[in-house]
Design a binder for this molecule. Sequence first.
Ligand code: PBG
Length: 327
Amino acid sequence: MNLNITHRPRRMRKSKSVRDLIQETTLDISQLVFPVFVKGEGNIPEKIDSMPEIYRWPINLLVPKILEWKELGLTSFAIFPQIHQNKKCDQGIEFLNPDSLVYQAAKEIKASVSDVILIGDLALDPYTSHGHDGVLSENGEINNDKTVEILSNGALLSADAGYDFLAPSDMMDGRISAIRKKLDQNNMIDTGIISYSAKFSSAYYGPFRDALGTGHKTPIDKSTYQLNPKNAREAKRELALDFEEGADILMVKPAEPYLDIINYAKSNFNIPVAAYQVSGEYSRIWAAHQNGWLNLELCALESLYSIKRAGADIIFSYFAEKLAFKI
Ligand code: PBG
């Protein structure tokens, strides 16, 4: 039977070379950021139960490890500190200690590794005993403006320690302009800002909170500052504000559940868009793989390609090391 049809799109899929010829989305390892956990104690890497193959690294092993990762082609690292419980308090003051773990890590890496991009997360949750990203007022609510002041001071310490980009992940109002102003006043004009602009109040952060010990027995509710997963318009407003306030890169987080927001950011602002494939996105693929239900590498790649296709220029991913040979 001849269908007598004009269009036969399957012609464009008839062989691997034709499929490769018309492939629309590509991934390059230079576009991946590898999130790294660092710890203050011990001298062996420590497993994180809910994140297979991801470790907390003591500083003395981190520098050689970064050199190894660079051999794989990875160039950008986001550093997250696990702060010892006895250094945490309700004000998170350890964040303003210039010798704190996260600053020490950057100094040591920058002293020994050339051509590496370090991204410093700015938020108080690793440092506060209550696990919130900001300080609380007497009534127990987040004190936005006080938190922004602390973050701006921490931004200077981070820039000073050698971070190339600062990534405020706190979702306080007005923090991008305050941080930019503080950096500029102190001549840190080359330190950039990757703003977690559309950061949703997501259940997918669970394994990350295990990794840093910022989780609490009852899941901590950040919905007075992180975005409601049901809202797109509100996310668009946050993106616009951070763009106007001077962010160099806009970030959407989590990534795969929010492809619509990534696509909006890409289409509406002429600056790079980053997406953070968060811990729970990583662990759900791993868990299904461990059950024999999904193919780990294929699903991880499909996830990354979908994030890229939606419009992300840069992807933060815990799969970066594992997939370095595949992309
Ligand atoms: C904290 C922060 C979080 C993540 C990055 N920075 C967790 C949170 O907001 O509770 C999550 C990253 C991940 O899940 O991989 N400011």
